[in-house]
Design a protein around this ligand. Structure first.
Ligand code: KG4
Ligand code: ZN
Length: 424
């Protein structure tokens, strides 16, 4: 099965084509061991555009998706060898009138996309795909709508079925994609064994999800306020680091780890330095709570007070930025790992899956590997998608779409709508 997938939930415009490699027994009922080949996964980040505002602006995201979807679709098809232009004398730039009217209606709020669509699509042959998967939520609704309407227009013109995908399921299933690097201590097996526990950490979500089988998800813990990625982004902003804050804090923290002495010195006497460094200590919110919930807004407030206090004492915060970043990162990592390990023990998880943008954090990945090896049974597998697949991309949406398509779980196009707060 070949799936064309579209992701526009936030500030990445992405189109991917993934092929399922699973051999289905006669009569369907696959999903024993889903595996995929990514034929193409084109991701265009809008970070540079949103940076100016210090965060994602929904209407700007919508405009950019609208502008970029057709060129990205073209690239994705070309890279998958599925782009076949119609020879010139065959191009009838006419779409049958009945369909044309419907497409104009579907894309009436995306005029730029409509214009490009009507130029590009009639000039190529319908690609050999089996279904179209699209993210319907959670995310920014104006942004989600562009992807949904695009999927509807393509499905109509190519006579394909649509699968509605939950973005968070995409982050879980990223662990199954071809380039996944995984660590299985004793067995060299890529089959995810259940129960599995997924730690999903992104800009909008922090969730621990218990998975009994594919499609059966139970959120056993989540953040009560800010998400882990949000904690990175907001504290980075306080330190005057650009958006998105996660990679910036990680870079500063790495500098601290590489050159602790130089940075700790920063024009200070050893004594003053030790005293200050000692004070750079942040809370690990809810680390000892009995549940699996998280709370990161307290951490944000603690950083705010710490910086205010330093300013009042005329301390040059720049001297301590790497130290502070290291402490912020470590506070977040400590809580994430501690709760994950505790839940893995309680639910006897056989697999642990990491997903979401924050899972690109190298220190989180390294420390999670160590914690799993140290604290859990030898057979517990840890699935770490490559950093490129943990942040938003359409390949993960295609893989999640397959899990539904294989069961004939398709959406009625007229029923599709953006669901900003969709949960697993
Ligand atoms: O999953 P994602 O790409 O988009 C959402 O669905 O939200 O996650 C984006 C989040 C941002 O908050 C960003 O700061 C964070 O992931 N992030 C990181 C790193 N790379 C991205 N956080 C920590 N360390 C990183 N290396
Ligand atoms: Zn995401």
């Amino acid at each position: 099965m070949i799936i064309l997938a579209i992701e526009t939930s936030c500030d990445e415009t992405s189109v991917a084509i993934v092929e399922s490699k699973e051999r289905l027994p006669a009569g369907g009922q696959g999903l024993k061991n889903p595996s995929f080949e990514i034929l193409s996964n084109i991701v265009l980040s809008q970070i540079k555009i949103h940076k100016k505002w210090g965060g994602v602006v929904p209407m700007v995201a919508k405009r950019e998706h609208q502008k970029n979807l057709i060129p990205i679709l073209g690239k994705a098809l070309r890279k998958s060898n599925l782009l076949i232009s119609k020879s010139e004398f065959l191009i009838s730039n006419q779409i049958p009138n009945s369909k044309l009217k419907k497409i104009q209606k579907i894309l009436e709020r995306e005029p730029e996309l409509l214009e490009q669509f009507l130029k590009f699509i009639p000039a190529i042959r319908p690609p050999k795909i089996d279904a179209i998967a699209v993210t319907v939520g959670p995310g920014l609704e104006p942004a989600l709508w562009v992807g949904i309407n695009f999927a509807k227009a393509l499905a109509l013109i190519w006579n394909k079925s649509i699968v509605a995908v939950n973005h968070m399921e995409g982050h879980v299933v990223a662990s199954l994609l071809g380039t996944t690097s995984y660590k299985v201590k004793s067995k060299k097996s890529k089959v995810v064994e259940f129960p599995a526990l997924a730690l999903l950490v992104s800009g909008g979500h922090t969730e621990l999800v218990l998975i009994k089988k594919w499609g059966d998800y139970e959120i056993i813990g989540q953040t009560r306020d800010d998400a882990a990625g949000e904690a990175f982004d907001k504290t980075a902003r306080m330190l005057e680091l650009p958006y998105p804050g996660g990679p910036q804090i990680a870079k500063q923290a790495e500098n601290f780890r590489k050159y602790p002495l130089t940075f700790r010195m920063g024009g200070w006497t050893r004594r003053e330095m030790e005293k200050e460094a000692f004070n750079i200590k942040l809370p690990r919110p809810m680390i000892d709570s009995k549940d699996y919930d998280f709370s990161f807004s307290g951490l944000k407030t603690a950083v705010l007070y710490m910086l205010r206090d330093m300013k009042e004492r005329h301390i040059n915060i720049g001297d301590f930025t790497p130290t502070i970043c290291n402490e912020i990162q470590q506070a977040i990592i400590d809580v994430l790992i501690s709760k994950t390990i505790k839940a893995a023990k309680e639910f006897s998880a056989k697999s642990i899956i990491l997903g979401g943008g924050v899972a690109a954090n190298q220190e989180l990945r390294a420390q999670m590997k160590k914690a799993v090896a140290r604290e859990l049974t030898k057979t517990t597998a840890l699935y770490l998608p490559s950093a490129k697949l943990t942040t938003d991309n359409a390949a993960m949406i295609g893989a999640a779409g397959y899990l539904h398509a294989v069961n004939g779980d398709f959406a009625k196009p007229e029923k599709l709508k953006a669901q900003g707060n969709l949960t697993l």
